[in-house]
Design a protein around this ligand. Structure first.
Ligand SMILES: Cc1cc2nc3c(=O)[nH]c(=O)nc-3n(C[C@H](O)[C@H](O)[C@H](O)COP(=O)(O)OP(=O)(O)OC[C@H]3O[C@@H](n4cnc5c(N)ncnc54)[C@H](O)[C@@H]3O)c2cc1C
Length: 488
């Protein structure tokens, strides 16, 4: 982009949005990265950052971007693990976290209306006063925004009962790539058969169609009691089989996670620090199934006993030492970390990690687990382990986190990680699955998009054109957009 041109659009932004615009290089720098493995050379700061307060501020910014053909990247807490919010072509970055208001709580109808930059934790802090909660919660809930939860269709700790964000998103306000404001969805009704479901297109759109500015969400009453239990099993597949049997029996499981043995070590750092030893896990145990039950105390304890009775038939053994169970839960659910510090919290401080996020059918977990180990070894990466999130209400919807350690300071190691990432996600398609379950495609999976979606990729591009005729919305993500402006 020519310097004059760049100055012109930034001057117009400053004239219209004044102190909501950051232009200094040092201010823009921190917006050039998220939690994805990248070296310092791969940080892409935007030309300018907008800190909006209202939808109207975003309309102004997008209309200027449209006029000059400037890339627009919107981001939230910047904890995405695949570079979704990294402005790889520079341009305008919209920091949605300054739009973090709670607009309405409708207690009777159990809904909440929020601005898109509010974090999941902030929503729940307010809802708690009304004995309500939003059960869509990531482990990164302290910094993960609701806009990003919709945009990258992330996984929730409580997906086993409540599913993913689509299950609680009732409607949303968006600003398209031309600066139009649309309300998509069905107000406070839980579903609709009217029109096309454009609201559903937002889920997983990664900021490539529009900026999400507000959302109406279905929320739930807070349960009285929650109980966490962990069972040791001889294999990953036997954990799936046990879970299948528990669901068949009619138990109502609130959260379910399967970890391989290596991954447990990652979550029990606090235990090691306290006792100076590894948690006592027998050699035969290769997998863990962690579940929570929530509701009235009597029901919860009955379900626990019933689960233990059932699990005997699968050679499963409950972990008796509560400290291990509580430590795991704390690490997964009550963990706190500060965004932008780019380091792991106490329980996860050893090294940074990178993960692939494929989805596969439940009957092929063991087979895929071996493929994960093979692929990581092929690229000489230190294996952190597999976590399986269960994300479909009351059924076996597997979302995998296949994690390895990556030294972000070594370009050659980051490159090896990317090769591993591409190969493993592509393998998931060969396993009758999908490349991505919670990170989106970003710019890492673009070459494989057609491999997964075939001819329908062309229809996806046409849909993007309707929302974003000049291809300015988060260019380079999802599709290989041809870009004539900015830098690479
Ligand atoms: C310690 C840790 C724990 C994590 N735990 C989980 C977990 O349990 N489950 C899980 O799925 N992921 C997890 N993640 C990954 C990450 O936190 C999630 O993917 C989360 O959704 C990112 O939220 P964010 O606000 O930081 O988004 P960002 O990284 O800022 O953005 C993510 C994507 O959303 C788009 N976007 C953001 N806001 C908007 C908007 N308003 N309109 C349109 N597009 C928008 C961006 O352009 C980008 O493509 C974890 C990450 C870390 C570091």
């Amino acid at each position: 982009m020519e310097k004059l041109h760049k100055q012109e659009y930034i001057e117009e932004l400053v004239a219209k949005l004044s102190n909501k615009v950051l232009t200094e290089e040092f201010e823009c720098y921190v917006y050039g990265m998220d939690w994805s493995p990248r070296t310092v050379e791969e940080i892409y700061p935007p030309d300018v950052v907008i800190c909006p307060k209202t939808t109207e501020d975003i309309v102004i910014a997008v209309k200027i971007a449209y006029k000059y053909g400037i890339p627009v990247t919107v981001g939230g807490g910047l904890t995405g693990m695949a570079g979704g919010a990294v402005p790889v072509y520079g341009g305008i970055y919209i920091d949605s976290t300054t739009m973090n208001g709670l607009i309405e709580i409708d207690v009777k109808n159990q809904t909440v209306r929020v601005q898109a930059g509010i974090t999941l934790q902030e929503i729940n802090d307010t809802l708690k006063k009304y004995d309500l909660w939003l059960p869509h919660l990531t482990e990164s809930k302290w910094s993960c925004t609701i806009g990003a939860s919709i945009a990258c269709d992330n996984d929730s700790t409580f997906g086993m009962r409540y599913g993913k964000i689509l299950n609680c998103l009732l409607s949303a306000q968006v600003v398209t790539g031309t600066g139009d404001v649309l309300e998509l969805g069905h107000r406070k009704a839980h579903f609709t058969s009217s029109g096309y479901k454009l609201k559903d297109l937002l889920v997983g759109s990664e900021g490539t169609l529009c900026v999400i500015t507000q959302a109406t969400l279905k929320v739930e009453p807070i349960p009285d009691v929650r109980l966490v239990e962990m069972l040791l099993l001889p294999s990953m597949q036997s954990a799936v089989d046990l879970l299948s049997s528990l669901l068949k029996s009619g138990l109502s499981i609130e959260a379910a996670h399967i970890n391989c043995k290596k991954r447990l070590r990652f979550y029990t750092h606090a235990y090691r620090n306290k006792y100076g030893k590894e948690p006592d896990v027998p050699d035969w145990a290769q997998a863990l199934l962690a579940v929570t039950f929530a509701g009235d105390k009597e029901v919860v304890y009955f379900q626990r006993e019933y689960m233990l009775k059932k699990s005997n038939k699968f050679n499963a053994q409950a972990i008796e030492e509560r400290e291990i169970v509580e430590g795991w839960w704390t690490s997964k659910h009550t963990l706190r970390f500060e965004p932008f510090r780019q380091k792991w919290p106490d329980s996860q401080r050893e090294k940074k990690f990178g993960a692939a996020d494929p989805g596969i059918p439940p009957g092929r977990l063991e087979e895929f687990y071996l493929k994960f180990i093979d692929t990581a070894e092929k690229y000489d990466l230190d294996i952190l382990g597999m976590n399986v999130y269960l994300e479909h209400p009351n059924s076996l919807g597997l979302s995998l986190s296949c994690a390895v350690f990556v030294d972000y300071r070594v370009q050659e190691e980051v490159n090896r990680f990317r090769k591993y990432f591409k190969e493993l996600t592509k393998t998931a398609v060969e396993f009758e699955g999908t490349m991505s379950t919670y990170m989106g495609d970003t710019n890492l999976k673009v070459q494989n998009l057609e491999y997964e979606h075939g001819k329908s990729t062309e229809y996806m591009k046409k849909i993007k054109q309707i929302f974003d005729p000049k291809s300015i919305m988060n260019p380079g993500k999802k599709f290989t957009t041809k870009i004539e402006y900015g830098r690479r």
